[in-house]
Design a binder for this molecule. Structure first.
Ligand code: HEC
Length: 147
């Protein structure tokens, strides 16, 4: 699993839908989350008209986001140690729910990746799939992340 993490992350950093570092579980998951944010912001920018819509780039970022969406969950090993974290205790107290939300995100990113790989796909066709992804981020943050 450790190896998969670094392979995926290295390829992500090279392709640059974004950047990061460190070795604790807290640091590792935060690196992944930041990268997920960069990817999803680029995807959102293309569907909201802030960035030019380039289908190939969109498909690349959607693939990256789908790869990243599998990674953070293994880095929630136990209730917090000394590291900086905004994870709420509910992550461990309601772990089944947390895992279900993580699963919902992965279903959504997979659907987005699939949609993005269709030939001649349009912004309109992609929007619902990205909104599902964004809703999955939000749903979990509202329940499990302290701001
Ligand atoms: C299943 C729950 C869950 C889902 C789904 C989820 N997150 Fe998070 N996210 C968290 C938790 C918990 C934290 C707090 C982690 C910490 O501080 O250790 C967090 C933290 C973050 C952070 C802050 C990282 C930092 O540097 O402290 C960002 C950015 C982020 N998430 C982005 C996203 C994006 C983008 C998505 C969707 C594509 C997403 N998250 C989906 C649970 C989730």
């Amino acid at each position: 699993m450790r190896q998969v993490f670094w392979v995926v992350l290295a390829s992500v950093l090279l392709n640059g839908c974004g950047g990061a570092d460190s070795d604790s579980p807290e640091a590792r998951r935060q690196v992944v989350f930041k990268q997920m944010l960069l990817s999803s912001e680029e995807l959102g920018g293309m569907l909201r008209g802030r960035l030019a819509f380039r289908p190939e780039r969109f498909a690349e970022c959607a693939r990256e986001l789908n790869n990243l969406a599998a990674l953070p969950w293994q880095y929630f090993p136990s209730p917090e140690g000394d590291e900086r974290s905004t994870a709420r205790p509910e992550v461990w107290d309601q772990h089944a729910r947390f895992e279900a939300f993580a699963q919902q995100l992965q279903v959504a990113t997979e659907a987005l990746q699939l949609a993005a790989s269709m030939p001649q796909v349009s912004v309109d066709q992609l929007q619902p799939a990205l909104w599902q992804v964004e809703a999955a981020c939000k749903r979990c943050h509202e329940a499990f992340r302290a701001y």
